[in-house]
Design a binder for this molecule. Sequence first.
Ligand code: ATP
Length: 237
Amino acid sequence: MTTTELELRDVDLFYGRVQALRQLTLDVGEGEIVALLGNNGAGKTSTLSMLSGLYRPRSGTITWRGKDITRAKPWDLVRDGLIQVPEGRRIFSTMTVHENLQLGGYQTGDPKALAARIDEVYERLPRLAERRAQQGGTLSGGEQQMLAIGRAYVGKPQLLLLDEPSMGLAPLVVKQVMEIIKRINDGGTTILLVEQNARAALRIADRAYVIENGRVSLSGPAAELAQDQAIIAAYMG
Ligand code: ATP
């Protein structure tokens, strides 16, 4: 039995009068990869943004490593190692690969530790090392995704939130990105992975939740969901 790392209980999130999350309840165990699947508008990105402290739920609780973070500030969460890789990567296109990585460790405050951490990224992702002086905007889509993940890794994530890392990538590149995510997880980082590409996500995830209309409609071990006829029909067509 794994220790619970992250727990959402009965979370309601509103944007004005629009309700994005409804009694959302889920948990992520320490060291797990948990996938959040669902169609456009289901509430996946809202869940991640809320976990990063950008939105506050109207009701319900969020607990991370035993601490109530329902009303925590984004910068405190980042400092403590809850780090998000946003949808669409959001790398700085006119800055070099190296400068982008340096930004991932702005909260470190220790140049030596930061340099060591960036070296570790280069070791794990040699493609980025080769391109350290190249402008972010000129990287391929897959390389940009690697850079976004590498930048988050520099911040020493305990819990890494990934928003659709496969978006816009060719199948082979999706496979490579998923392997990188798996490797980071093998190093001890817990991962919450939002994906529309259920097939790719279920390959590396331990468990998954399907979100429909702001609430969990289905959940279970990834290997079981990958065989589920309803999931195959709805999300692996
Ligand atoms: P996608 O895969 O398309 O990004 P998603 O599952 O991530 O979808 P969300 O982006 O979380 O879905 O959106 C959930 C609902 O909340 C949608 O109905 C969306 O229109 C609404 N929503 C999201 N962000 C805002 C916002 N800033 N203001 C108002 N409504 C929003």
